[in-house]
Design a protein around this ligand. Sequence first.
Ligand SMILES: Cc1cc2nc3c(=O)[nH]c(=O)nc-3n(C[C@H](O)[C@H](O)[C@H](O)COP(=O)(O)O)c2cc1C
Length: 343
Amino acid sequence: MARNVQEGRVSGGGRAAPDGRVNCACRFVALPCTFGMGIRGVLASSSLGRPHGFLCVTRRTDGFRMEKRHLLYTSALVIGAFLVGVLVSGRDAGSGKPAADLSASASIVAEFQGVTSIASGQRGVGVRPQHPGLYKVYPDVERISLPEPDHAGFPFEEVLRQRRSARQYGEEALSLRQVSQLLFAAQGITGEFRGISLRTAPSAGALYPIEVYMIAHDVKGLEPGVYHYAPDKHALEKLVSGDLRGMISDIGLTQESLKSAGAVLVFSAIFDRTRSKYGDRGLRFVYLEAGHVSQNVLLQSTSLGLNAVPIGAFFDDELNALLGLDGVAEAALLILAIGAPTE
Ligand SMILES: Cc1cc2nc3c(=O)[nH]c(=O)nc-3n(C[C@H](O)[C@H](O)[C@H](O)COP(=O)(O)O)c2cc1C
């Protein structure tokens, strides 16, 4: 049975956006604030805060003349407060870059690279979980078979030249045939090797960690809602019913493209599929594979004459909740908004 979701707003909470836009806003506020706090702090502990000093300059009724001594105090105070502001906000005064954040991200990179690296001479890959199965199974859901993917577009080199991120879409609904072609480009089955079905996008060890979901806004013949793509059946499985334009746009930091697209694809990963063979090294592969799958769909969109954009800025917890994912065993990694071309 598909879940029913009421259209609603997603709270602005969640973690910082991957592209740092949420963080940036906070930093721009933080710097003047700390600057102000610096001034107030210094004034509070200084004799200059008393009526005969800096603070009372504008209140004087006998003109605005200041003694030299007070001018000196004032200049020192302003420079000091600025430096305090810069230090407290963690900014590098010279480059304007957030120094504290830089070292934090450097240590995240170091840790990720360290955990996932293969040292020279190393044997084995450490802990390997059990493979959780190549195909996700949703029992008792409505299944919609997709038409055969049979699109023949223009030359590949021309597709490469024409691909561009497009964030605005025409009124026309997407057809089931177009959706079929897009999903086939993402994870369609194209061959077999030693009993394993191979797909349109490469995958380390043919373990296929990427799952594909589609939020249909305006697709002919499909009720709006969330669907899961089953590559082995080339079918959509309905998980959630409802118009989710507002919700997915809120989840994506109110990006309009997520509302006006005909459909929104979400790529998630089941990490243990790849870790089952490669251990933690496999974590690197999973993110790379999301990129492979995404590019397939973007190029296919171009070939179909559709507009599309990849979207990495979204609230993780809210998106995972919408798809019914725990965010650890399986987590959403990337969104694509796709729609008809504008006039
Ligand atoms: C991982 C990733 C995340 C992105 N996230 C967003 C996003 O959140 N919003 C958006 O409008 N564009 C997003 N983009 C699209 C880029 O802005 C776009 O690719 C870039 O400006 C280059 O333009 P082009 O794709 O037209 O060549 C993302 C692209 C990638 C690869």
